[in-house]
Design a protein around this ligand. Sequence first.
Ligand code: PRP
Length: 212
Amino acid sequence: MRYLTIALTKGRLASQTMELLEQIGISCEEMKDKSSRKLIFTNEQYGIRFFLAKGPDVPTYVEYGTADIGIVGKDTIMEENRKIFEVLDLGFGKCRMCVCGPASAAEYLKHNQLIRVATKYPKIAHDHFYNRRNQTVELIKLNGSIELAPIVGLSEVIVDIVETGSTLYENGLSVLEEICPLSARVVVNPVSMRMDNARITQLINAMRERIR
Ligand code: PRP
């Protein structure tokens, strides 16, 4: 039987996913070694192969069918916009996509002014401002520590993930508008879904039952 391949988002999402899989009887001892730099693991008993990828690459592996299943944040699914099926909300990795900035920037939003928006998520930010708010903005793509942008004057606001809110708070910023709630999702390649339906459905149902 061919391996069922699961692409995991490296880091906390992968650990939480492996905890969940362990609860339904699928474990991978080799992956627990935190000092290991290995990227691919197999569970021979279940015929499952896992690999660890960067979040934004998970939808790519799944769209191309190199992974049948992926575990990835909703933020990444929205931003990457790949041809994949989103089949289950795992309920962990919960956070929110928000427009944030100094309190003074609320005025710019209120009057739909032409502001600069720094973000790691240009597509989500574009959709929000152009399609939902009908506001023309200048989008500035950054790769991390987005909170810096309004502090140093690169942008008026940011579009970013807020989990506990402490990064915002410690930098004198706050949430000005919520875009959407986020959490970890299970995505599936559409062809795998048809070709390997029984195995994939069984696995997803077991996960769904467990998190209920
Ligand atoms: C994310 C996000 C915020 C922070 C939010 O950054 O971009 O900066 O976490 O979490 P909090 O509300 O609990 O403070 P991450 O740590 O992933 O790194 P990055 O800045 O490189 O994107």
